[in-house]
Design a protein around this ligand. Structure first.
Ligand SMILES: [Zn+2]
Length: 147
């Protein structure tokens, strides 16, 4: 069993780098791709809550080019819940549009509790940053009104 983790990175925008056993996932699979911009979580391209994972194979973006554009370069893999309830990352591919180019036979397995904790935490952080942005916009407007 592996341990899923993440760290928050300010890379052009709020971004999250996934960690497997404390190592960046890009590094573990042998790629220079790194943190995932927050909006890829919001539109379901990156990791989703367990309830929203499909039952079939569904490639998810798990690492993105350092420039922040997933169309430039990214690592994707199937994220599926196995019969024993664990969440499995497998069939890694570098290609955004084809699932045929599996380049890495590594497979990671995380407990559902571990996966759920990480995903919930990431979505929480995205929500918090949105609230902070709104507060900043509001206080900027207030300053404008006062001046
Ligand atoms: Zn790039």
């Amino acid at each position: 069993m592996n341990i899923l983790g993440y760290r928050t990175v300010e890379n052009h925008t709020l971004s999250f780098e996934l960690l497997v056993d404390d190592e960046p996932i890009g590094k573990v699979v042998g790629s220079s791709d790194t943190a995932i911009p927050y909006w890829l979580f919001k539109n379901g391209v990156a990791l989703s809550p367990i309830a929203r994972l499909g039952s079939g194979t569904e490639k998810r973006v798990v690492a993105v080019c350092a420039c922040g554009a997933f169309g430039c370069s990214c690592i994707r893999c199937d994220v599926v819940q196995s019969w024993d309830g664990n969440i499995v990352f497998r069939d890694f591919t570098r290609n955004l549009f084809s699932s045929n180019s599996v380049f890495n036979l590594l497979m990671f397995s995380f407990s559902a509790v571990n996966y759920d904790f990480v995903v919930t935490d990431i979505f929480q952080k995205i929500q918090e940053s949105k609230i902070i942005q709104q507060l900043e916009i509001r206080s900027a407007k207030m300053r404008k009104l006062k001046s």
